[in-house]
Structure formats: C-alpha cells, structure tokens
Ligand binder design. Structure first.
Ligand code: ZN
Length: 136
C-alpha cells in the first residue's frame, strides 16, 4: 500500500425520486484498488440529489424516508426559484451531499444495518458521485 489520495467518478441512472444503493459499487472500487486502511469520502456534486447512510436490510426504511421527507418539504407559493424544483433542493440539503466511511482490512466499516445511498429528488437523470479514498 502506498499513501495518497485518489478520486474516482462513478455514475448511475436514476428515476424521478428514490434512494439508490451504492455501497457495493464503492466496495468494489476499494477492492479493485487494493486499499487496506483509510477513509472513503463519498460526495454528490448535484444540488437536487444527495448522499446518506441508513438502513439497507429493510428497503421499506428508505421508502418511508421518502414519504417522511415529502411530508416535511412541501410546495410553497412563496418559492421563487424559476426552475420549479425547490422541494428537491430542500430535500438535498436535508440529507446532505457527502458521507465519510472508514476503511479497515479492505472493507468499508459500516454497521450491520447500514448502507450508503444516492438520493435522487429531481430525476430521472444520469448522475455522478465522487469517491475520494485517502489511504493511511
Ligand atoms: Zn433548481
């Protein structure tokens, strides 16, 4: 293992709104690059999509999160943004645009029930996310 930082762009096709699991793709990158120990920063470079960590064993959880976000963030006649997708911008900020996960012995260190999700709020689109791996 050498020390250093590497950023890789990964892509996915999304639907109108939804949570897309990206843990496996990120783990495959870590395995392919033979990273033993380090940190992985997963960053979403979009303003109407985000990245979060939450339960991946029961898919009903992310289903319910979408419903909950839709209850929290509703259309408002005072919104000004001409593109008309202010709710998507709000949801993107609520979930955030990045997560950091430790890497140990070549594996993402996630809790048993945790997975990394790409959160789409204004699709369908071709989206990208960046994985910056810091070896250490
Ligand atoms: Zn917009």
């Amino acid at each position: 293992d050498y020390l250093g930082t590497m950023t890789t762009k990964l892509t996915l096709s999304t639907s109108k709104e939804g949570f897309f699991p990206i843990t496996r793709a990120i783990q495959e990158l870590i395995t392919r690059e033979q990273v033993g120990e380090g940190i992985c920063l997963v960053f979403c470079p979009h303003t109407t999509a985000g990245i979060t960590i939450n339960e991946h064993a029961d898919r009903d959880v992310v289903h319910d999160m979408l419903i909950g976000l839709g209850s929290i963030v509703t259309e408002d006649s005072r919104f000004r943004h001409a593109e008309g997708n202010s709710t998507a911008h709000l949801k993107a900020s609520l979930v955030g645009s990045s997560v950091m996960v430790p890497i140990a012995q070549g594996r993402l260190v996630l809790g048993t029930w945790q997975g990394i999700w790409f959160c789409e709020f204004d699709g369908p689109r071709e989206r990208a996310y960046l994985c910056t791996i810091i070896r250490g």
